[in-house]
Design a binder for this molecule. Sequence first.
Ligand code: SAH
Length: 517
Amino acid sequence: MAEPADKGPTPGRVSLVGAGPGDPGLLTARAMELIAEADVVFYDRLIPPGALTGARDDAELQYVGKMPGTVYNPQADINRRLVDAARAGKAVVRLKGGDPFIFGRGGEEAEELAEAGIEFEVVPGVTAAIAATATAGIPLTHRDDSAGVAFVTGHRTGEGEGAIDPDGSLARFPGTLVFYMGVKRLAENAADLIAGGRPADQPAAAIERGSTPRQRVATATLGTIAETVAREGIRPPALIVIGEVVRHHEKLAWFERRPLFGRKVVVTRAKHQAGKLAALLRGQGAEVVEMPVIEIEPLPMTSDEIGDGIDLLLDEQDGLICFTSPNAVREFFLVLYAAIQADARALAGWKVAAIGGSTARALAEHGISADVVPREAVAESLLESLRSQDLEGRKVLIPRAETAREILPEGLREMGAEVRVIPLYRTVPVTPDEATLEEAASADAITFTSASTVANLLAAVPGGLPGVAGISIGPITSGAMREAGIEVSAEAAQRDLDSLAAAVAEALGTGEEAVRR
Ligand code: SAH
């Protein structure tokens, strides 16, 4: 039976989602899942960088926060847009900083949705008070110092405007007080608490941009916190914490003591590969600017080389296949599946060589344990490792980039192998946008993970980034840097990402050696 014509679309659903305090790592798994599925995302200013990168390409991303110099989107307007989008049958995510129900007006939005009969879900987020105190090393409760915690707004509206604590009940609260939105009226609020009986010498702290690489913490007492915040130029978003627990900051300030805290580092790898290096650097406290200067472009699958390569793979039983990068592994299995719906089992009779650890790991993701992995991840070492194999007349496949060094195929041919190179992809330059370039120009260090990242950076930014320390993953990349006139401030001890991150810390004088000194 046909649907009645006037029924309209099946109503969608609204998810009120907390995005956490600003650190992308503190976005919940459920938040990421909903963002990835959403048709529309309405988001605020205080969401973590990269929070929306997991959204679908065709998702509508709508900013509904404050904008300098423009009229604030009235709440009624936001409520109406949520309802309209849901009524149009869309999967809607309303993404808010921190937790939606803690000073996020999530309560009002949920009420509006309930009244309109729209299905909704609330996904909690790590609220600023929890996150910023964790990173500032201030435990909100403590067996000796605080039996409870109160989250309070420093900026009352409506009745009682002015006095934050007219009857002294907040002043008497037996535990830690955390003020949100508390910078502007700090002097009045502190005076109010003191008037209500809270000791003026009780420790107090202000935490700006807690949990982010720009976190700043200032400590004082309730009596002096306003003057300290003004002097230090602490600005919103910031929390004010009042209580004995603030004493622990000095000992427990782990976050600001990490080697790259307060440093800005550029990652130039292709977007889909940047994640691991960016995470390593962030883990050491750095602010990371992701500025991919290359991306991987698959070659047309209809090429004869790809067709012939696949035929050979299916016909031959005891060949050798050499993978020289994780990209080659990725593209090879994509093509294998797209062309003939085959998977790792197509390699059953084949010996598999990987040039290095990250390529071997990429193979492991397909359930393949590489037979040969040389000690050093360069073509020369791979050839050395293969010398013990009898390659006379053996078929060898090398799936790889369109242009690459010829050392491996040539060396294998010299050993008597019948080598076939399968070009699967090429790296193409990407031109970063102005805003990213500006960020990068003010960075402390820039990382290069291959000679092609060097060449493409210079193509995008002629002259490179003067004053930004160049860090290289290994000798070949360093050579390319020197040739291009980029000074090599440090080179990774081993050709891997962990060593590269360590080299950044060394170059910036914050590495283990430097810290021990
Ligand atoms: N719903 C949010 C709070 C929104 S109100 C949450 O649960 O965290 C905005 C206030 O939150 C700011 O004025 C500031 O007091 C606080 N805030 C948000 N992010 C912060 C951060 N990273 N560091 C310190 N305070 C933060």
